[in-house]
Design a protein around this ligand. Structure first.
Ligand code: ADP
Length: 256
């Protein structure tokens, strides 16, 4: 899953772009939007259609830009989120995992709600997850809450695959001047301090927001842009971490 301690750090944007970047390498990718408090994946990917059901009432994910997508947003009215509590969230996550026809997937990315709540707990209890990815902005406040999310996953025995810094330095597209609006390098330092993989930094760029708002994320809309290149590099680093994990699971370390 892709998690963050705080909302608004660009978790969903990063998650959608990573899914597309992984799919463009030929991998079979699923994306589950479990952000009950603000399911934004359908907007970011420009999904207007609703999922169809099989004859035995299993849910078929919506295929968009080569990614199979299921979102909480497909099944709830916007005003419903506030009244959802633990047991209902738990049931919904369970349904997502068991009644969706994902087919064979190489990666299933899960966009979590911010924080350390019920959905995170349910997910870690229900399936063996390969690991969690933490998205943070470079600011101290965001980093502090990111650290709480890391502590939660560690407690739940979910390995941390790495940390991503989003909204890193802004590079003016006109003059090339670098501006560190929210600071820069904080997430890398945190990763070093905690001995966790640092997956990369994604610049703050108007084009990232605009392409997301328009329903075609930047890795597809403008693959040669610096932000798209940064996201593609992060996707490669993430794939490498997933491979390392998979190998560790397949070949348990032998100690003498
Ligand atoms: P979260 O899922 O963490 O709540 P979102 O992905 O919804 O955050 O992002 C919040 C807002 O910030 C959105 O409007 C999004 O387009 C914008 N955004 C995310 N990442 C960047 C970035 N690197 N540069 C510019 N805007 C960004």
């Amino acid at each position: 899953p892709i998690a963050s301690g705080k909302g608004g750090v660009g978790k969903s944007t990063v998650c959608a772009n990573l899914a597309l970047a992984l799919a463009s390498t030929g991998a079979s990718v699923g994306l589950m939007d479990a952000d009950v408090y603000g399911p934004s994946i359908p907007t970011i990917l420009g999904i207007e259609e609703e999922p169809e059901l099989t004859a035995d009432r299993r849910i078929i994910p919506v295929s968009k830009h080569g990614v199979k997508v299921i979102s909480m947003g497909f099944f709830m009215k916007p005003e419903e989120a506030v009244i959802w509590r633990g047991p209902m969230l738990h049931k919904t996550v369970e349904q997502f995992l068991h009644t969706v026809e994902w087919g064979e997937l190489d990666y299933l990315l899960v966009d979590l709600p911010p924080g350390t709540g019920d959905v995170q707990l349910s997910l870690c209890q229900m399936i063996p997850i390969t690991g969690a990815v933490i998205v943070s902005t470079p600011q101290d406040v965001a980093l502090n809450v990111a650290q709480k999310a890391i502590a939660m996953f560690t407690k739940l025995n979910a390995p941390i695959l790495g940390i991503i810094e989003n909204m890193s330095a802004y590079v003016c597209p006109h003059c090339g001047k670098r501006e560190e609006i929210f600071g820069s390098g904080g997430a890398r330092q945190m990763a070093e301090r905690l001995s966790l993989p640092f997956l990369g930094e994604i610049p703050l760029a108007t084009s990232v927001r605009k392409t997301s708002d328009a329903g075609t994320p930047i890795v597809l809309a403008d693959p040669d842009s610096p932000a798209a290149a940064a996201l593609t590099a992060v996707a490669k680093n993430l794939a490498a971490q997933v491979s390392i994990r998979a190998m560790q699971i397949a070949q348990p370390k032998v100690t003498f």
